[in-house]
Design a protein around this ligand. Sequence first.
Ligand code: ARG
Ligand code: ZN
Ligand code: CA
Length: 235
Amino acid sequence: GLGAINIPVYVHIVLPNANDVTNSQVQAQMNVLNDDFSNPNTNQLPSGATNFVNDATNTGITFTLANTFRYNDSRSSWGTNDAVKSAYPPITPSTHMNVWVCNIGNGILGYAQFPGGNASTDGIVLLYSSLPGGSASPYNLGRTATHEVGHYLNLRHIWGDGRCRQDDFVADTPTSDGANYGCPSYPTVNCQTTDMTMNYMDYTNDACMYMFTDGQRNRMRAIFASGGPRATMAG
Ligand code: ARG
Ligand code: ZN
Ligand code: CA
């Protein structure tokens, strides 16, 4: 099967003053991504969440900064219709993950394209202030990137974007009836199961999300297999 998977990353900073996001913030964001995708953080789980201890995993996926591009652009917000991607197109998206860092507007922290979509819009878009050290508290520890990369690697929201019966196509993530916010106490029970509110694919605060599951790991890694939608990235 597949061994370690490393994804080279191009970061495009698009702001009126693109230097407002520093190289050290970009590197801190890369460090958060690498830590979140490799450290199961089981020490952070509440006592009693023993089943979640067994589910938490290293994904075997790492990220390397390939280059950072800065574009000074006076446009004050970009929305979620991919305008930023048409203005500053992705570079070799078949082999590199493209990340646009800009002001999205409307309180949006980030959005992503699932695998298998149009190459010209492939990648993730992040609110500039969600990077580590940014001003978007409690969403300024860099976990918007972790969440959006989860989507980019085929993960759905943990509640399946529907009511209790809607699946996220991952067996070891419990069903829920909707997103959780803030920093929920344990146990938070919906749909007769304890929600995995600490999963990166929920909507909790950055400080309160810290795990992927084995099932999510397998779903992400499957897209890199021969014939999969990101097979060209596995080198
Ligand atoms: N709402 C965004 C999405 O669905 C991002 C949520 C990020 N959450 C966070 N704690 N940073 O893609
Ligand atoms: Zn999401
Ligand atoms: Ca599930």
